[in-house]
Design a protein around this ligand. Structure first.
Ligand SMILES: [Zn+2]
Length: 464
């Protein structure tokens, strides 16, 4: 039986800062400190005092005095983790069957411009789906020009996670299907064109410049690397970090040589080698494995996608209701390959080396982050993070390693290192209270009792 929430919504005030309200005390809780090792990671019987939007004190319950006017939350038999960060999302994609017409063209049923209009209009609900899932920070690593407005909207909305954005992607290939009133991907052919494009994007003050580094057989990798390097140099000259999509070993190494600070996918085609690890350490790169997204495509496009319990509770209900649209779409409206996927079954493309490479980079001390690639078909904003964290455990990581990637390391991706991702005095009070131990089973990270962002307690469970 699902436990319903005992805490009231206090998100109605106009201001997002919790100033002037009584302090909040979470008493008797087990704190999980994901940045610590082994047995040190779990501290039982702790009290956390929150004043305004920050953590004011953390310690053993007997040592932390609770002010008489504090609002007290009983933390006994519960666990507290820092708010989660999904370091790879796309707000301009819905996660439904219509999200990627360049991959599965269902525009005969729902046009991409209708999709984009829907995603913009539905933004407040997408924000809530993230926050309900305990995700207090997300990085949009590339999207339509309007995704810059997403960051502004999130800043003004107490029911939204913190948002960092990259804006339109620089690439060697075009995707005309993904242009509905502003391109998501912009093709450049020379380093000069890359520089000019990045300078235009910098006017919108992106948190990242992102390159979609697509290398096909016959392409000149050195020539492509020069384009990527030009984009990276322009980003760095403006003090902006540089994110790159590069899924093959040779391409990922070229990306690192060209200045990448953030690899937004796994190396998928070959075992990572020593040269990669040396380059990655030199760049102090962030490595985001995105393991589940391929399975999401396979499940959704073969009409076998079924919601997890977390998805039923936390996802945007309107998105959930569209996940079985294949029941309605006339078969002749589907691309032949999708028809075959439905008839014959399809599990998606599983990158053969991604899991082993994740273990390798982690053991080499590379900073791993969690990113779901939410918005892609079958990967839903919000609860997708639980699918991704489960995939990382399946790949051989301990729950503690996954939590560290999702919190302390996630803060690096978000640009809030030290300010979020830790339960420590002075940090922003972005926290998640759980009804079960996430170190015992990573799936318990979805057993959310309450989400706290900027010191505000949010209702976590929607009554179906
Ligand atoms: Zn992506």
């Amino acid at each position: 039986m699902m436990r319903l929430l005992v805490l009231a919504i206090v998100a109605l005030a106009a201001s997002i800062v919790r100033a002037g309200e009584p302090p909040l005390a979470i008493v008797g809780i087990t704190i999980v400190h994901p940045e610590r090792d082994g047995a040190q990671a779990a501290a039982p019987d702790q009290t956390v005092l929150i004043v305004d939007e920050r953590i004011a004190a953390v310690g053993a319950t007997r040592d932390v005095p609770v002010p008489p006017d504090a609002q007290v939350i009983d933390g006994r038999r519960r666990w507290l983790i820092p708010g989660l960060v999904d370091a790879h999302v796309h707000f301009d994609l819905s996660g439904t069957l219509y999200a990627r017409p360049d991959i599965a063209d269902l525009t005969g049923w729902v046009s991409f411009s209708r999709e984009q209009a829907r995603n913009r209009a539905r933004l407040p609900e997408t924000f809530r789906a993230w926050l309900r899932s305990g995700v207090t920070g997300v990085v949009d690593v590339g999207g339509a020009p309007w995704t810059f407005e997403v960051r502004d909207a999130a800043r003004d909305n107490p029911d939204a996670p913190r948002v960092a954005v990259a804006g339109p992607l620089v690439s060697m290939v075009a995707r005309a299907q993904l242009d509905a009133g502003g391109p998501i991907i912009v093709k450049v052919d020379t380093p000069e064109e890359a520089r000019a494009l990045v300078r235009r994007t910098l006017a919108s003050r992106p948190d990242y410049i992102k390159v979609w580094f697509v290398h096909r057989p016959g392409d000149d990798l050195a020539k492509q690397e020069a384009i990527v390097r030009a984009a990276g140099e322009e980003a760095h000259a403006a003090g902006v970090r540089f994110a790159v999509h590069a899924t093959e070993l040779a391409v990922a190494k070229a990306a690192l040589r060209a200045g990448a600070d953030f690899l937004v996918h796994s190396v998928e085609d070959a075992p990572i080698d020593e040269e990669f690890l040396i380059l990655a350490r030199q760049r102090d790169v962030l490595y985001c494995p995105t393991l589940f997204v391929y399975e999401g495509y396979g499940l959704a496009l073969s009409n076998r996608w079924r919601p997890t319990e977390a998805e039923r509770r936390f996802a945007d209900p309107e998105v959930l209701s569209r996940m079985d649209d294949f029941e309605e779409i006339p078969r002749e409206k589907l691309p032949p390959w999708v028809r075959r996927a439905i008839e014959q079954g399809w599990t998606g493309h599983e990158p053969p080396h991604a899991a082993a490479n994740l273990r390798r980079v982690l053991d080499a001390g590379i900073r791993v982050v969690v990113g779901s690639d939410a918005g892609n078909i079958g990967t839903l904003h919000g609860p997708a993070i639980f699918r991704e964290m489960a995939s990382m455990v399946q790949a051989g990581l301990a729950p503690l390693e996954v939590l560290r990637a999702a919190t302390a390391n996630g803060a690096h991706a978000l640009g809030t290192a030290g300010k979020t991702g830790v339960v420590a005095p002075g940090a922003l009070a972005d926290l998640v209270m759980l009804d079960a131990d996430p170190l015992a089973d990573i799936r318990n990270a979805s057993r959310i009792h309450a989400v706290i962002k900027d010191g505000r307690v949010h209702e976590a469970v929607r009554v179906p």
